[in-house]
Design a protein around this ligand. Structure first.
Ligand code: PMP
Length: 426
């Protein structure tokens, strides 16, 4: 019989670490990764037939839950017409029209096959547009695996102690200037020294890759002002926060307009996708109209476009985000009550359908504060939750993801599991 342990052993013989994306290997929490056989609504089932309430949501895309009938129908219909053309299809325009309608600064879109490619291409575009090489990023922010961005990165890179990857040439990494999120002075200092060299500031406006962090009032406003003053582009990486913390992403919540946005996850409804969006005058620097090269065999793939269109149409229904936010609030309040009851330094918060739980008495405001979490306690908590049938992202530095498929009963079951787990780790 196939078990998680037997499948993990088998996978490790042919896949590096048994996985195709590092954090899936459970090294940040220990134990055996669960091999998922099936997912529907708010649940995933492993190869042993055990059911989990899914707060991973494929790391963000599954905001309407797994296998939503409308998304499956759209994908099935599209698949009957062929899997990939390598020539234009109308669904690319239809999804781009929706994104342009939701994000006021986006006049042109370019689709890619991943968030990594979106962030990488946005970076190249900013460098091509400004004719400058240096970029500013923030310690603990993750933008995928492009070389220039794997410097003091978050997510799995952070969890495994390799925030700055080997294999990135020092000659390239020296163009990546690193600042501290929520610390405007750290960015001002970089601009004071390197202002004329900086092509862009790349930021997760509401980071989810050093767990969920929210911007302090004035921080993103300050970035906007500095970029404008120094002729650098402000790039919001909304791959995770876009269509997730609000329909119009973090930029809608904070009311700040970047020069370029990177998207992914939700806009592909679970299929591989990414996108760059921005004003025509910047975007049209890209091939075939301009000199910044960008392309992809599977970019704008019809199945991915169909899944994205179906997902966006579900979440742009009036009241979707209000309902999602209210229900996620109830979950977060229940988790915070459970922590108080157990007397554990633990807390949770959310923005829209993106949430964070922390082994800390108060939600953190900075990378340094996130690092103060009690990681051993998190590991024990993690496995107690998993054993109780609650699948959280397997790392203390990741956000977790709520969907419209999570029912009141799922929320209650999660709070009950957390109450027991927190008492046990107290
Ligand atoms: N940017 C952000 C903010 C992300 O959260 C991620 C993935 N978690 C990426 C970029 C990279 O996206 P992908 O994994 O699709 O390459």
């Amino acid at each position: 019989m196939s078990t998680n342990a037997s499948e993990f052993e088998r996978a490790q013989r042919v896949l590096v670490g048994g996985v195709n994306s590092a954090v899936r290997a459970f090294r940040a929490v220990g134990g055996t990764p669960r091999f998922i056989a099936r997912a529907e609504g708010a649940y995933m089932w492993d190869v042993e037939g055990r059911r989990y309430i899914d707060y991973l949501g494929s790391w963000g895309p599954m905001i309407v839950g797994q296998s939503h009938p409308k998304v499956i129908e759209a994908v099935t219909r599209a698949a009957r017409d062929g899997l990939s053309y390598g020539a234009p299809n109308v669904m690319e325009t239809e999804l781009a029209e929706r994104i342009c309608g939701i994000f006021p600064h986006v006049e042109r879109v370019r689709f890619t096959s991943s968030g990594t490619e979106a962030a990488m291409s946005a970076l190249r575009l900013a460098r091509g547009f400004t004719g400058r090489d240096a970029i500013v990023k923030f310690e603990g922010c993750y933008h995928g695996t492009a070389d220039s961005l794997l410097v003091k990165a978050g997510s799995g890179a952070l969890a495994f102690g390799t925030p700055s990857s080997a294999g990135v040439p020092a000659d390239l990494a020296r163009h990546t200037l690193v600042a501290q999120y929520n610390d405007l002075a750290s960015v001002e200092a970089l601009f004071a020294e390197h202002g004329g060299r900086i092509a862009c500031v790349m930021v997760e406006p509401m980071p989810g890759n050093m767990n969920l962090i929210v911007p302090k009032p004035g921080f993103l406003e300050g970035l906007r002002e500095l970029c404008t003053r120094h002729g650098a582009l402000l790039i919001f990486d909304e791959v995770m926060s876009g269509f997730r913390v609000a329909l119009g992403g973090a930029q809608e919540l904070v009311g700040i307009t970047p020069d370029l946005s990177a998207f992914g996850k939700v806009i592909g409804g679970g299929m591989p996708v990414g996108a760059i969006g921005g004003p025509a005058k910047v975007m049209e620097m890209m091939a075939p109209l301009g000199t910044v090269y960008q392309a992809g065999t599977l970019s704008g793939n019809p199945i991915a476009m169909a899944a994205g269109i179906a997902t966006i149409d579900l979440i742009r229904e009036p009241g979707f985000f209000e309902r999602l936010g209210e229900r996620c609030s109830r979950l977060v309040a229940g988790l915070n009550d459970a922590a108080r009851e157990a007397g554990v330094a633990f807390c949770a918060r959310h923005r829209g359908g993106m949430a964070g739980l922390y082994m800390l008495p108060q939600p953190p405001a900075s990378f340094a504060e996130v690092q103060r979490q009690d990681v051993d306690r998190f590991k024990r908590f993690y496995h107690l939750m998993l054993d109780a049938g609650v699948y959280l992202p397997p790392s203390p530095v990741e956000a977790f993801f709520f969907s419209s498929a999570h029912s009141d009963a799922d929320i209650d079951a999660t709070i009950a599991a957390a109450r027991d787990a927190l008492k046990a780790v107290a």
